[in-house]
Design a protein around this ligand. Sequence first.
Ligand code: FES
Length: 101
Amino acid sequence: MPTLTLLPSGKTTDAEPGTRLLDAILATGEKIVSKCGGEAKCGECHVFIQEGRKSLSKMQRAENEKLDTIPGVGSKSRLACQTLFGTENVTVELLGFGSGL
Ligand code: FES
């Protein structure tokens, strides 16, 4: 089972392939805001994928369009509510409040 590692806390959890990244982050006990309930509408669950990007689910249109509206988005950006685990370990950087969202 792949392991999720969070930065900067270093917290980890195991996640079955197909698990939503948002749910896996919450399973570590870390807090992440999801105002829209995982509908790719609020952008609050924006994270940077530092490792393991290729094994994650492909970006769909709704996520792509929302990311386009968020300042500070880069090539490592994903919305945690729209991203599903694959089979490889993933390292995610959480972006704290005030990170430009
Ligand atoms: S929880 Fe709102 S965009 Fe992901």
